[in-house]
Design a protein around this ligand. Structure first.
Ligand SMILES: [Zn+2]
Length: 153
């Protein structure tokens, strides 16, 4: 499979992901992560990981960004940049969570081991999560949004 091209806004996404990472609440793991989502209309929505004393309630930066975007009425995501120390890959839960909105989303893997301005690795979400869970195994399109369907009536 050919390597997808970085979106033209990759440096802006990297900057946002690195900045929001500084707000992470990670007192237990001390592993701060930042994420910056890009919508098809150019909006950038950020998120950071939020840990909890009951560990299991911890939410990753990627899912925090998606929840924030959804609450803002934004759902059409074309890319996400994830910044963390070491090897930057999203966890399995986040891969499934992101797939809900666009299985062909570009995922920019930004390692803090590289200085800012270094192009991150760029992969397709479908490459990170092949054969994602779906309620309809014959349909890989995102589910119909009832709110948008009504808007066209
Ligand atoms: Zn995750």
């Amino acid at each position: 499979m050919a390597t997808p091209h970085l979106p033209s806004q990759w440096q802006t996404l990297q900057t946002h992901a690195r900045q929001v990472r500084q707000h992470a609440w990670a007192p237990y793991s001390r592993f701060s992560v930042g994420a910056a989502l890009l919508t098809t209309t150019g909006e950038i929505i950020t998120g950071c990981n939020v840990e909890n004393a009951s560990y299991g309630l911890t939410i990753c930066a990627e899912r925090a960004a998606v929840c924030r975007a959804i609450a803002m009425g934004l759902r059409d995501f074309s890319a996400i940049c994830i910044t963390l120390p070491g090897i930057p890959v999203p966890c399995g839960s986040c891969r499934q969570f992101l797939t809900e909105f666009n299985p062909e989303m570009l995922v920019l893997l930004d390692s803090l081991d590289q200085p800012a301005g270094t192009p991150p690795e760029c992969v397709l979400l479908s490459e990170l999560l092949p054969r994602a869970f779906s309620l309809n195994h014959n349909d890989t399109r995102p589910p119909v949004d009832p709110a948008r369907e009504q808007a066209h009536d």
